[in-house]
Design a protein around this ligand. Sequence first.
Ligand code: HEM
Length: 438
Amino acid sequence: MKNKIKSFMRSILWSYSPASEREAADSTARNFLLHWFPAKIATRSISFSYSMVLGTIILALFTILTVTGLVLMFLYVPSVGHAYWSIKDLEFVIPYGWFIRDLHRVAAQLMVATVFIHLMRVFLTGAYKQSTTVVGSYRPLNWWIGLALLLVTMMLSYTGYLLPWDQLALWAITIGDHIALSAPLVGPAISKILIGGTIIDQNTLIRWYVAHVFFLPLIIFMLILWHMWRIRKDGGLAAVEALGTERIQQDKVVAKGKTYSLMGIVQGITPTITQYRVRGESVNASPYVTRRILVIFVFVTAITMALAFYIKAPLEQPANLMWTPNPAKAPWYFLWLQELVADTTIRIKGFTISGGFVGGIIIPTVLLLFAAAWPLLDKSTDAAIGVWFHKSRRLQNTAFLAVVAVIVILIYVGAVMRGPYWHLYMPWQAWIKMPTRF
Ligand code: HEM
């Protein structure tokens, strides 16, 4: 019965079933799209409990964003006079326009959140660390590419925030601009690049639009290709390295590395972790991994569509520089920074260091530098690479989780507990009434 269900599911999802090992290997090696997979993949690295397939989920979300974004481009007008009304048309006039917009918005929020969670899983499995026994790989590089992906993903989401040209968008961008302005010396220049002048207007909208629909997606796409390529060149996910370390300990053998060259463009030797290629420890990438990716894409699309039915993308009053909403809040993933900005103004004998500088620039820069330097500072053992919560990493995992907990708490405080004039309210307390302009 179990086998019948299995073969039925297979026939729906992916009917391809190779007749031999040779055919399975050929199907990846000869196919342009599948070529980036190795012919065989270690079972340990594709286990859900290791990666939780978060990277593939992000890929699926990015695909949904690209498809819905392309449709939205036919309908959205990037001009201050028309932007808001083109979104209104999407909501109320164009058939299913609201659904495409909600889908885009939900996928964007999910992507930012999933990228953060993926970063956490990579940290907690020590997957960014270079092994001392393996030659030919360099895992820290993929961690740095990942950090760039995180920054560009946040920028992509933030630039999209301005496009509806409503009050929410305008004031979220204004907060970001104020933070940039508080950077000493370079602040005004950064602000000028961001908003294209001294006030947020058509110049801002057009540059954020071009960044949002062209430059940032292109950069993410290129970085993703590099990220995937590095996984292969590092010999697979770090879980495989743990397997290699165990086997080296058991067998006391170091496998030979194989040289590779992509038409002479890149050269090097593959890492020595080829030992998992024994029966039972690896599967053919096609169809096992390809089918899995297809299932994840279908699943993520279904969940995102279901959520888009229930979570409405907000659209407030048209943008108005003369009327400041109170409180004005940044998007949720920047709320911890807004909260830090509000809490970190330092006054010493008439001398003031603004919270914008301390919380908005110094603290996030220090966190980012620490994250970038960590693969080089981390001195845990090789046995901890690719292993969840390894005991030799107890202290650093605890410190990392403490930083994450502080960020999550600050986001919660900013989202739920900050009312008018940025006063703190308990969840059960009512906010003071503010006059409404409209
Ligand atoms: C657009 C954003 C990103 C995409 C599409 C992406 C995609 C992926 C995919 C598909 C994998 C394979 C394993 C898995 O599914 O989890 C992976 C692994 C990895 N990612 Fe990302 N990633 C992104 C962002 C990040 C970030 C923010 C970091 C960390 C700063 C990061 C660091 C890594 C590392 C080090 C690996 C190898 C993990 C291992 O060997 O176990 N990635 N990524």
